[in-house]
Design a protein around this ligand. Structure first.
Ligand code: C2E
Ligand code: CA
Ligand code: CA
Ligand code: CA
Length: 273
């Protein structure tokens, strides 16, 4: 009995500690968003599979916590969604991305949009206004959304996508293949690209995963969609994806996400070689 009570006490303490830490992280994130400090945007180059040139950059949010250092977006994006900060963070990344677009003619940028952002009323207008304010053509922006975002394919989401696509903004389904009805989903939603999830790329040496990649590429081709493979980490994977007819490649093999100040130099160095 005593042991049981003890376990409970320890468990309870542990929960308190977790809760306390979460509260602290929430208020730290609020502070970061309100002051527009600590939040940075990194850019990962994406390469054309045929000629190896850089075709675009993916903008990725980074939180540089004053005490804990960089916190992964896999951690703070869900937190931001929970506490109503995701629109602000999305706006910040969009702002940064458009600034970078204005600075680097000839390149396009993809941003990630949370399902919550995409279904919030002012979204399309905010995107178009930001582009216009910085004098950037909408054709240079792509918006990545996960399959879960498209799961509740509401009238509002359809309208948002239609409006932005009409203006020239492109859309991609991110982490393609991880949802449970990927193939039917692309029938119901107007997109320009799929990004094959890196879990499939990482397992491509297994015949089962390779077959899935082949099927995804075949489907995308048939529908006239562009294909990006993400998480390319080995020379073998790159060679195989080129052979299979993937359009674009992204992964640590070519480049990690880069801080803003390194992007221009990287892009111009690549253009020269
Ligand atoms: P994602 O959209 O699938 O982004 C790709 C992630 O894969 C990035 O992680 C990138 O650093 C990582 N990656 C790229 N190449 C490789 C590789 O070769 N191997 C491996 N193992 N990983 C690779 P990151 O930057 O930590 O972002 C994680 C996720 O957080 C993103 O996944 C995205 O879902 C979300 N995220 C990031 N920035 C934003 C944002 O501004 N808004 C929203 N809503 N979500 C974001
Ligand atoms: Ca993405
Ligand atoms: Ca992805
Ligand atoms: Ca992901």
């Amino acid at each position: 009995k005593a042991a049981g009570r003890n376990t409970h006490a320890v468990f309870g303490e542990h929960m308190d500690e977790l809760l306390r830490r979460r509260r602290a992280l929430e208020s730290d994130l609020r502070f970061a968003v309100e002051t527009r400090t600590q939040l940075e945007t990194f850019y990962q180059p994406v390469f054309n599979a045929t000629d190896g040139s850089i075709c675009s950059l993916e903008a990725l949010a980074r939180w540089k916590h004053p005490k804990m250092g960089y916190i992964s977006p896999d951690q703070f994006i869900p937190l931001a969604e929970d506490i109503g900060l995701i629109n602000d963070i999305g706006a910040l990344v969009l702002d940064n991305a458009c600034r970078t677009l204005a600075d680097l003619p000839g390149i396009s940028i993809a941003i990630n949009a949370s399902p919550l952002e995409l279904s919030s009323p002012g979204y399309s207008l905010r995107v178009l206004t930001t582009l216009a304010n910085m004098n950037v053509s909408p054709e240079r922006l792509e918006i990545e959304m996960t399959e879960t975002a498209t799961a509740d394919n509401t009238i509002d989401l359809k309208r948002t996508i239609a409006m932005l696509r009409k203006a020239g903004v492109r859309f991609a389904i991110d982490d393609f293949g991880t949802g449970y009805s990927s193939f039917s989903r692309v029938q119901n939603i107007e997109v320009d690209r799929i990004k094959i999830d890196r879990s499939f790329i990482g397992e491509m040496h297994q015949s089962g995963s390779r077959a899935v990649v082949v099927a995804m590429i075949g489907m995308a081709r048939a529908k006239g969609l562009k294909i990006t493979a993400e998480g390319v980490e080995t020379i073998e994977q790159r060679a195989e994806l080129e052979r299979l007819g993937c359009d674009d490649l992204q992964g640590f093999l070519m480049s990690r996400p880069l801080p803003r100040q390194d992007v221009a130099a990287y892009v111009s160095r690549m253009a020269r070689t």
